[in-house]
Write a protein that binds this ligand. Structure first.
Ligand code: IPE
Ligand code: IPE
Ligand code: MG
Length: 249
């Protein structure tokens, strides 16, 4: 791997530092279409998409955004052709291995959400290593949703809570929104303020169903591999124009 010079960018002056989203979530969609439009196999889009994510992570860290959560693989994505699923699992593992030292040096704290036990053992090992190495880092909290499904997450939280009730550790009336949130994979993470979805699809696709309750949505037709910094800047400008009412007047 050739080392790229580390370019740190500063927050564009038209953005208000005090009104940045604390947590940005992204549905990185459109890799396959990006490749197909170039006459390339879909997997080339996934490979290119990694580069977009790397740059976005670095920018968020530079600009002082506290958390970035990226949807990498949904519980429904197992339904894709074998070869594509295999490629993705190998890609996640390879990227994690290659990028870990640099992310660690930049202070990134890495965590994963999803049903990780069903991932290939070698990927699970790489995940454990990354989480362990970076868990005390002071920089951005970078969460990768892998084999993640919002419904699956809610069901596993229900099971965990039910087990505590059965053991007599908890009474049904103890269950409230706060307790429920503590049983989700995202227990230690504030809810996203801004959700970005690329490739123009107007749907959530089973991502963070509970946590996105009051997120601001930004959907762009741009395909994920083409989602560059100017457009992220645009998404943040847009976000800063929004009036978040949270149901109030
Ligand atoms: C998103 O791109 C990446 C993953 C779901 C892993 P897609 O692979 O869904 O690309 P499109 O939507 O088919 O173009
Ligand atoms: C959502 O994209 C999942 C990820 C980006 C990992 P999909 O391509 O799987 O979603 P749908 O099928 O368009 O809803
Ligand atoms: Mg897609």
């Amino acid at each position: 791997m050739t080392a790229e010079p580390l370019v740190t960018t500063t927050l564009p002056p038209d953005l208000d530092r005090d009104r940045l989203p604390r947590h940005v979530a992204v549905i990185m969609d459109g890799n396959g279409r990006w490749a197909q439009r170039r006459g390339l196999p879909r997997i080339m889009g996934h490979r290119q998409g990694v580069d977009t994510l790397k740059k976005l992570l670095r920018t968020c860290n530079d600009w002082g955004i506290g958390a970035l959560t990226a949807y990498a693989f949904s519980t429904e994505n197992w339904g894709r052709p074998h070869a594509e699923v295999d490629f993705l699992m190998t890609l996640f593992e390879r990227v994690l291995r290659q990028e870990l030292a640099e992310m660690n040096a930049e202070g990134v704290r890495i965590q994963f959400v999803g049903n990780l036990q069903s991932l290939p053992a070698s990927l699970q090992a790489e995940i454990a290593r990354a989480v362990q190495l970076t868990h005390e880092n002071p920089g951005i909290c970078f969460t990768i949703a892998t084999n993640y499904g919002g419904r699956q997450e809610i069901v596993q939280a229900c099971q965990a809570i039910a087990a505590e009730v059965q053991l007599g550790k908890l009474a049904p009336e103890d269950i409230d929104e706060h307790l429920f949130s503590r049983h989700l994979y995202t227990a230690d993470l504030a809810d996203p303020d801004l959700l970005i979805r690329t490739s123009g699809e107007m749907r959530i696709s089973n991502f963070l169903l509970w946590q996105l309750a009051y997120a601001e949505l930004y959907v762009t037709d741009t395909l994920w591999p083409d989602f560059h910094l100017d457009e992220f800047h645009q998404a943040l400008s847009d976000y800063q124009q929004r009036h978040r009412r949270f149901g109030k007047v």
